[in-house]
Design a protein around this ligand. Structure first.
Ligand code: GAP
Length: 437
């Protein structure tokens, strides 16, 4: 089903996935905070990315570089000169827009006036700050607009200390910052966001092969985590869309409520970055191939994913509604690996005897999975809440439990219920989760 942006944003805020940043001060339009469920979802997306890109591979190592880099990095990378968007201002209402994102370049989407735009100006997206107590030109620094440059400037360190040989990759997850002209569509485009980036270094002649390899790998990653294949596609960039460093880029696109839009970019960055950093720093960043007895600049294939953006897409994709006994049921069919809570334990009533048993059951399960011991409201409302936050299993403790020491497991997707002894509960759930976590 297609969910509207408003519906998913309302659910995310109502259930504590996402809060408006600085809400008590009226909120900051371009920033969002992740609540108790959102933070778990983000952690799960991050963990799934790291596992696929680093932990399960012997040709990729990880890195965690700083957010603030030497200002010369952004000169060498080309960001200071070229990381810009075309900005126009409506002379009637003074709102500013990205020219390339306007549906009609003549009509202001805010006030509806025609022909009121100024000539486009190139606006640099890097967020500027000052290091140290003096705010002068010598103290200017930038928050990184991509995590990638922290990898390039550490290329020689990693080759030396981790003894890596192309083809190999360096991966990192971290925050990036862009002074976006038009943040929006809820958490889709924000000024502060998280990326998962891999820089995969290979001999130049192998770059096309590895580019194709990473396109397929990355597409598969989303599908393996439950995203519907029909909502995903690859789209190659036209020549005039390419970033200043790219010889070829394809985006993984997702069918968002407003249409196809970028989820991840996978670029062939050639040797642009290493060559440029070598020129600007004076440090030889060529790789020495002992077998060939020669030095060369490896080419780089870069799958660059948005952690925050893909978490949002997973939420959208998981949203489902169905009619159950004449009532609407909203359910997030999240892949169990991504679900913030894996098992909910629900005592049928707040009677002490039941609460004591359900508390014990929850404690036992918590040793294995993130568990919520949900004791508020009616059982119907609690099932509804767990469906809406995507909890794969609910375990109900009822009055019969006190006699038969058995509980009911309810599956989120099918609503099927089975009765199992408490003694075998962990084993049964382990079987149900097998291969999915
Ligand atoms: N190092 C290459 C690079 O940064 P990009 O296409 O500009 O490429 C990669 O960004 C990914 O980062 C995007 O596909 C998107 O998922 C995420 N991203 C970029 N800008 C974003 C923003 N303002 N808000 C949220 N995510 C963003």
């Amino acid at each position: 089903m297609t969910v509207s942006l408003e519906t998913i944003a309302t659910l995310a805020q109502k259930r504590g996935f996402v809060y408006q940043a600085s809400e008590i001060y009226g909120g900051l339009r371009s920033a969002w905070d992740y609540g108790p469920l959102g933070v778990e979802l983000l952690r799960n997306v991050r963990e799934a990315w790291w596992q696929a890109m680093v932990s399960t591979r012997d040709d990729i190592v990880g890195l965690d570089s700083s957010v603030i880099l030497a200002p010369q990095v952004w000169v060498a990378s080309g960001h200071l000169a070229s990381f810009t968007d075309p900005l126009v201002e409506c002379t009637s209402c003074n709102n500013r827009f990205r020219l390339d994102k306007l549906t009609d370049s003549e009509v202001c989407p805010n006030c509806g006036k025609r022909g009121t735009f100024t000539e486009p100006k190139q606006f640099n997206l890097m967020l500027k700050t000052f290091l140290g107590p003096v705010e002068d030109a010598g103290a200017v620094a930038y928050l990184r607009p991509e995590t990638a440059q922290g990898i390039f400037v550490n290329f020689a360190n990693v080759v030396r200390t981790a003894r890596m040989k192309p083809p190999f990759g360096i991966a990192q997850i971290g925050k990036a910052f862009r002074n976006e002209i038009t943040p929006g569509q809820f958490v889709f485009r924000t000024r502060e966001f998280e990326q998962g980036e891999l820089e995969f270094f290979c001999p130049p002649a192998e770059a096309p092969k590895w580019h194709e390899y990473w396109l397929q790998e990355r597409l598969r990653w989303y599908v393996d985590l439950g995203m519907k294949p029909g909502n995903l596609r690859l789209r190659a960039h036209e020549a005039d869309e390419l970033s200043h460093y790219s010889a070829a880029t394809s985006d993984v696109e997702y069918q968002f409520p407003w249409g196809w839009d970028e989820l991840e970019g996978i670029a062939n960055r050639t040797d642009f970055d290493l060559r440029s950093h070598a020129e600007h720093s004076g440090v030889d960043l060529r790789y020495f191939d002992q077998d060939l007895g020669e030095r060369y600049f490896p080419y780089v294939i870069e799958p660059s994913a948005g952690i925050t953006r893909s978490a949002f897409a997973f939420l959208i994709d998981a949203y489902d509604e169905e009619e159950v006994r004449g009532e609407k049921r909203v359910v997030l069919r999240l892949h169990p690996r991504l679900a913030p809570i894996k098992v909910a334990v629900l005592p049928l009533s707040k009677k002490d005897e039941l609460m004591a048993v359900s508390g014990e059951v929850a404690a036992t399960l918590r040793a294995h999975w993130p568990v919520e011991h949900d004791i508020t409201q009616s059982i119907g409302r609690r099932y509804r809440r767990q469906d809406e936050i995507g909890t794969p299993f609910a375990v109900t403790v009822d009055f019969d439990t006190l006699q038969d020491r058995a509980v009911t497991i309810r599956e989120r997707d099918t609503m099927e219920q089975i009765r199992v002894p408490i003694a075998g509960l962990v084993e049964t759930l382990q079987e149900k989760f097998a291969g999915k976590l």
